[in-house]
Design a protein around this ligand. Sequence first.
Ligand SMILES: NC(=O)c1ccc[n+]([C@@H]2O[C@H](COP(=O)([O-])OP(=O)(O)OC[C@H]3O[C@@H](n4cnc5c(N)ncnc54)[C@H](O)[C@@H]3O)[C@@H](O)[C@H]2O)c1
Length: 254
Amino acid sequence: MLMQDRKAVVFGVVNERSIAYGIAKSLSEQGAKLALGYAAEPIRKRIEPIAASLGADFIFQCNVSSDEEIAAAAGVVQDRWGSVDCLVHSIAYANREDLTGRFIDTSREGFRIALDVSAYSLVALCRAFEPLLSPGASVMTLSYYGAGRVVANYNAMGVAKSALEASVRYLAVDLGKRGVRINAISAGPVKTMAASAIHGFRTILETIENRSPLGRNITLDDIGRCALYLASDLSSGTTGEVIFVDSGYNIMGV
Ligand SMILES: NC(=O)c1ccc[n+]([C@@H]2O[C@H](COP(=O)([O-])OP(=O)(O)OC[C@H]3O[C@@H](n4cnc5c(N)ncnc54)[C@H](O)[C@@H]3O)[C@@H](O)[C@H]2O)c1
């Protein structure tokens, strides 16, 4: 099995529709040990049965906008496992009012929150977990087409994803010195809790069906298989990349 006894820390499962859930499932099916990070205490009850169904070793709380909680999370993982082979960052947040209307109206605070939770958190997690990452370990994050192109209503999140993708490239240089890889999966639209905050999401789904080369929307399994490639030795020579899992939509012109 591709991930036999490898230790994977996954941030971002909130329910079974979460992209992080699809990734955790596919890693676990290939033998990975899992630890799941959840954002806040009220989510714990929801995560416990999901963690049990995935056979996760343990779960821990970590609000990624808090340096203290990130340090505590790295401490918990250090105590339980001592090292980590895979880190999955599948987290984003923006205030609802910053995901509709004109981008020009984004407030300073709304911009800060979107960038902090959705992009800076990757940098902070990499720094905190760096001493635990084994040589050959793999870090991955989730991006979207709106990082490089204007997508209606994506607004502050588009700018955050742009910063996230640039962070992946800079982190690739820092982590590469230890033999650690980091990449982003740019996923097509998937109906999740986070996606429900974006106005006109149904139109985005229909556009992929009508215009992508594969003529269908992607599934959690599609993303899970790409995650498996990135987490395992199959991608041993790949770092700093953004890999699209979007039925090919991003290649289309007129
Ligand atoms: N759903 C899509 O269409 C789509 C497409 C491309 C990329 N993505 C990206 O995939 C990632 C996962 O989103 P999803 O669609 O699976 O939705 P989701 O709602 O299932 O997951 C988002 C996760 O972010 C977590 N989170 C938010 N703020 C946090 C904080 N301060 N600390 C810790 N965790 C926090 C939530 O608890 C949740 O688990 C996000 O980065 C999202 O932008 C989603």
